[in-house]
Design a protein around this ligand. Structure first.
Ligand SMILES: Nc1ncnc2c1ncn2[C@@H]1O[C@H](COP(=O)(O)OP(=O)(O)OP(=O)(O)O)[C@@H](O)[C@H]1O
Length: 252
């Protein structure tokens, strides 16, 4: 299941989804990711926080296999999928064709429809992307990720562009999908509350590495505002260098 981005499949333990050692990615001689180490357990939901420009998306792109201009070791599952803040649907293809886009074995429409049903969008399979709302387009993008049956789901601020209510619904959907599918999830977010509502573990990226991490040991379903939640939130905001009163939820 593990793929070494630099070459052959490598052995690793079954309870590890991702192993990264000494990862460095530079742009114009500047190391944005600098000797980073990271392990994600199979089935674990991890949130990745960090100030704007610290390298979160760069790390995600490397894990997705979209950027191989790296040094270090990166072991990831073969079955992995990514969803970005912008749904990136092809406007000239109907929704179901977008869901299947890029799959090698050309599955039939029913496969896309099942994934769309899972995100509550079964009835829009034949629609054109431009007729979808922002939240629906983001769910179509999630369906495109799910149809790949990933062991690792990479989410780069997938709720960032959604209005508050749609965002809450999308967060609940991701939590349900994660519990049903049991895949490892790495969620990049600016929102500390979102990280604490969803994740088993929160990481803070700084200076090219993981500068801080904490388990999020709260009962599910979670609510904002319990003393334990508030304590974790306060600690994460401190790590992010954000004044709690100045910015209650958004980290950067
Ligand atoms: N293709 C590229 N060419 C040059 N510099 C890049 C490239 N991609 C990223 N960078 C730089 O690397 C740094 C990290 O970018 P990245 O997008 O990973 O940050 P981020 O933590 O995801 O930020 P944000 O939270 O604002 O999305 C930034 O300074 C960015 O300008």
């Amino acid at each position: 299941m593990a793929t070494d981005l630099h070459g052959p499949v490598s052995a690793r333990s079954h309870d590890t989804a991702v192993r990264v050692e000494g990862l460095t990615r530079s742009f114009d001689g500047r190391a944005v990711v600098d000797g980073l180490d990271l392990t994600l357990r199979a089935g674990e939901f991890t949130a990745l926080l960090g100030r704007s420009g610290c390298g979160k998306s760069t790390l995600l792109r490397v894990l997705a296999g979209l950027d191989r201009d790296i040094t270090g070791t990166v072991l990831v599952p073969k079955r992995r999928a990514v969803a970005f803040q912008a749904p990136r649907l092809m406007p000239w293809k109907r929704v179901w064709r977008n869901v299947l886009l890029g799959l090698p074995d050309k599955p039939e429409r029913a496969v896309a429809e099942r994934a769309l049903e899972e995100v509550g969008l079964g009835e829009r399979a034949g629609a054109w992307p431009k007729t979808l709302s922002g939240g629906e387009a983001q769910r179509a993008s999630l369906a495109r990720a799910l149809v790949r049956e990933p062991d690792l789901l990479l989410l780069d601020e997938p709720f960032g562009a959604l209005d508050a209510l749609t965002r809450i619904k999308a967060q609940q959907l991701v939590a349900e999908l994660w519990q049903r599918r049991g895949c490892a999830v790495l969620l990049v977010t600016h929102d500390v509350d979102e990280a604490l509502l969803l994740a088993d573990r929160a990481l803070v990226m700084r200076d090219g590495g993981i500068a801080y991490e904490t388990p999020v040991d709260l009962d599910r379903p979670r609510t904002v505002g319990s003393p334990e939640f508030a304590a974790l939130r306060s600690r994460l905001l401190t790590e992010l260098g954000v004044e709690e009163d100045a910015a209650p939820a958004e980290a950067a």
